[in-house]
Design a protein around this ligand. Structure first.
Ligand code: ASP
Length: 439
């Protein structure tokens, strides 16, 4: 029998109705044996996520602000689900008492935040009739909070082998040296799901959320973009980097390492096939581009210096300035006597003046210019590799629509072309490129 690992996000465990959808999904396929859950998310747009409330609880406890009523609100999220489902979760009250006591004793922020997933998994396990397997002692981090991949894989595999079917909490594990809870960054249950899939040697990792997979472009910009049915891991990485977020960034690596395909599915529309992320060429479809994503607000610092190309160490010194300012850059296209740095404007905060001063000092350039509000659009597709005409098509649709290209860059892996345009042209450029390829 095959084996599937499923991860359900916060909206899929937000209330009893959502949990009953989970049950139907899990029971529809006996291969769905390991289930990872998030903490309950929002039930409607003005609702609060349990994780956000837990962070608030910690802040209140630290400031000696009474937190009893917030604690009861959080508890109420779970008890209303349990009551509506009409199930009995053994010792559920005692678990809350223990948490309340630990908060009172000054428990860490990570411990408190992790209780959202902990309680969610206990509740879901009782409802599904699966074992509850806590991840605290199975997912391990070093003292700086970096995942210890091999140790985790070993511990998880050994534990999973003891359970035919189990529910595991997402988002957390513990430090190797002291066993205290450590959490991933926000959205980290996706990573837990991927680690469990690898440890269980799963045939597929199903990531259940509230959308039917990825779309070829941002639907706020392009009207009714086509769904992405299949995509490679590398394409996904490129699109996610440029803002098409569907999975936590670190969730791809464990599954990809073991060639486990990831299927993004919709709990509210389980019949939709969603998006399949795989490296299997036979599975992938033939479209030239897989998707378009972009970010509208970059600042470009351009440095000009006569004979720059002959000056050894010029680029290194320019990059050292950026590094010292603690800023990361996205692209550095160069000319013979010029170098431009594309930096997300949000990265710069109030550091721009200091950076310019340091560049002047370090490089003695002829001129430095700064332009704000440049948008970058990534056109991604593995089929662009060695296929003639993709970049030409991008340029020609932009020209036909009177959109000026400020930068054009093809990654050396040839699976993406990045176009820079004025921020005011960003949306229109995305639309015409999409229409150019998809029609
Ligand atoms: N509950 C955590 C968060 O809200 C982790 C997750 O849902 O993946 O970020």
């Amino acid at each position: 029998m095959g084996l599937k690992v499923l991860k359900f996000g916060g909206s899929s465990v937000a209330d009893a109705a959502q949990l009953s959808k989970i049950k139907a999904i899990v029971e529809a396929d006996p291969e769905r044996r390991y289930v990872v859950v998030s903490a309950p998310g929002k039930r409607h747009s003005s609702d609060n996520k349990v994780t956000d409330m837990l962070f608030m609880l910690k802040a209140q406890a630290d400031e000696f602000i009474p937190y009893d009523s917030l604690f009861e609100t959080i508890k109420g999220r779970y008890t209303s689900i349990v009551d509506d489902l009409g199930i009995d979760v053994p010792d559920f009250d005692a678990r809350f008492d223990e948490i309340r006591e630990n908060v009172g004793k000054g428990a860490s922020k990570a411990y408190i935040a992790s209780r959202g997933e902990y309680l969610s998994a206990i509740m879901a396990a009782a409802y599904l009739g699966y074992d509850f397997v806590d991840t605290q002692d199975l997912i391990k981090f070093d003292s700086r909070g970096r995942l210890l991949f091999d140790e985790t894989n070993e511990l998880l595999s050994a534990e999973l082998a003891k359970h035919e079917r189990a529910v595991l909490p997402g988002f957390y594990g513990s430090y190797m040296n002291n066993g205290e809870v450590c959490v991933f960054s926000r959205g980290g249950s996706d990573v837990t799901g991927s680690l469990v899939a690898r440890a269980a040697n799963a045939d597929i990792y199903e990531n259940w959320t509230d959308v039917s997979g990825m779309l070829m472009a941002d639907p706020r910009i392009v009207k009714d973009p086509l769904p992405i049915k299949k995509i490679s891991y590398v394409e996904l990485r490129e699109l996610s980097y440029m803002g098409a977020s569907v999975l936590h960034e670190d969730a791809v690596f464990p599954a990809r390492m073991s060639d486990i395909p990831i299927n993004i599915r919709n709990t509210n529309a389980p019949e939709d096939p969603g998006t399949l992320i795989t490296n299997d060429e036979k599975e992938l479809d033939d479209r030239i581009i897989s998707g378009i994503a972009g970010k509208p607000d970059f600042t470009v610092i351009s440095i000009y210096k006569n004979m720059m190309n002959k000056e050894i160490g010029f680029v290194r010194r320019a990059l050292a300035v950026i590094e010292e300012a603690g800023v990361s850059f996205d692209h550095i296209p160069t000319g013979i006597d010029s170098l431009s740095m594309f930096i997300a404007t949000s990265e710069l905060e109030d550091k721009l003046e200091d950076i310019i001063e340091a560049l002047n000092m370090q490089l003695r350039p002829d001129e430095i210019s700064v332009e704000n509000r440049i948008g970058l659009i990534a056109v991604v597709g593995r089929k662009m590799k060695r296929s003639v005409g993709a970049a030409a098509k991008i340029c020609s649709v932009l020209a036909q629509n009177g959109i000026n290209i400020r930068m054009l860059n093809q990654g050396t892996n040839e699976i993406n072309v990045i176009v820079g345009v004025d921020a005011d042209d960003f949306e229109r450029a995305t639309q015409v490129i999409y229409e150019g390829f998809v029609g």
